[in-house]
Design a protein around this ligand. Structure first.
Ligand SMILES: Cc1ncc(COP(=O)(O)O)c(C=O)c1O
Length: 373
């Protein structure tokens, strides 16, 4: 694809998102700073947990803006979650909200409204989007908030929250049949906890963006593997990675199948990663967390490889760069796990229904009110 074709395709994709998506926005009211559309919108002004006046609303994407003074825009200072909607249910909603809490705690940001209120408004936003029969996606962001031009978070007001709800289709159905080839980022590495904890799901993705640029320089690649500083397998740029090793007799004895994934020291504790580990255990496979997996361990005969993520689900990997995994086609263990996760995602009981009445929400939502100092 030429750059011109890429740009045209990107504009078309954006237009499509713009025609469907809705965004929930919640901000403190600061005269001269908070976008007027929000200030002038009909909703009530409420007091947030710190007594600041605050307002929220549900808008089309072209109706509202983020303040240029928000530290998520200035410094990438914010945390987020990406959630999947299937069959009018937000898959593993509680797990995503708990991980959001964990990220917020690590960066000393607290939700300025209750989890209950946020959930109610998120569901309202989802219901305002025409998802058709396909899956939907929620990008929920909690920012440091609006502040002056310095990086000091103490000079920021309470967090901005926004959530984009839209349709999603990351990979074509054929990709799950054939598998995809993964690139490898050699120069750009996954930082460890001493640099940027992989378990802060922050809006600072520049490292991953650079790894993606480097690792997908070959046409047709969509994802790239990242290594740790020492050269061990960490994760892909927005997905976790798994390697399957099959020992003689595995066809009749699932305990002879090892499903290996890197340690969470090196990668995000993916919600899909955790779900797949449980699914693999249920199948009788041995699940092993390793901190010394090398790229060479993922390829070759008697191996399978796949990546996991909210958008990708379980995606078979059939080659890393030019080196084939197994026989170059998705293997039986991977196919089984693709089927298993699809069955889980399709079952609305595994998530929060979009049409859950407000009266029932209280019983479902744990109101975790993170302490604010
Ligand atoms: C760096 C990174 N690793 C892994 C994942 C997969 O996590 P999950 O399964 O929770 O979507 C993501 C998803 O956003 C990610 O950004």
């Amino acid at each position: 694809m030429t750059r011109r074709e890429e740009l045209r395709s990107a504009s078309e994709a954006l237009r499509e998102v713009g025609s469907r998506a809705r965004v929930y926005v919640s901000m403190p009211i600061i005269d001269g700073i908070t976008p007027r559309v929000l200030v002038d919108s009909p909703g009530p002004v409420v007091e947030d947990a710190h007594g600041l006046p605050r307002k929220d609303g549900i808008f089309r994407l072209d109706e509202v803006g983020l303040s240029p003074m928000d530290h998520v825009a200035l410094y990438g200072d914010g945390v987020f979650e990406g959630m999947l909607i299937r069959n009018r249910s937000i898959f593993l909603y509680r797990e995503h909200m708990d991980r959001l809490d964990a990220s917020m705690e690590k960066v000393s940001v607290a939700l300025p409204i209750s989890r209950y209120d946020l959930t109610e408004r998120l569901l309202e936003t989802c219901r305002a989007v025409d998802l058709g029969d396909g899956p939907g996606y929620i990008r929920l962001v909690v920012t440091r908030g609006m502040g002056d031009l310095g990086i000091n978070p103490r000079k920021c007001v309470t967090p901005t929250i926004f959530a984009i709800v839209s349709t999603i289709r990351l990979y074509a159905p054929e990709a799950y049949e054939r598998g995809i080839r993964l690139g490898l980022s050699r120069q750009m590495r996954r930082p460890d906890r001493a640099i940027l904890d992989p378990n802060i799901k922050s809006n600072n993705y520049l490292n991953n963006v650079l790894a993606l640029i480097e690792g997908t320089a070959d046409q047709g690649l969509a994802e790239a593997l990242m290594l740790t500083h020492s050269g061990y397998v960490a994760e892909a740029t927005v997905d976790n990675i798994f390697s399957v090793r099959k020992y003689p007799g595995w066809e009749h004895d699932p305990s002879k199948v090892e499903v290996r994934t890197p340690s969470s020291e090196y990668c995000l504790v993916g919600i899909t990663r955790g779900t797949v580990m449980e699914l693999a255990e249920k199948r009788g496979y041995k699940v092993i967390v390793r901190d010394d997996l090398l790229p060479i361990d993922l390829v070759g005969p008697e191996k399978e490889c796949f990546m996991t993520g909210t958008g990708a689900g379980v995606m078979p990997i059939t080659a890393i760069e030019a080196v084939t995994v197994g026989n170059g086609a998705p293997g039986p263990v991977t196919r089984q796990l693709v089927e298993d996760i699809n069955a889980l995602m399709d079952d609305p009981a595994n998530g929060l229904g979009l049409d859950t009445p407000s009266e029932e929400l209280a019983a479902i939502i744990d109101d975790v009110q993170t302490a604010i100092d």
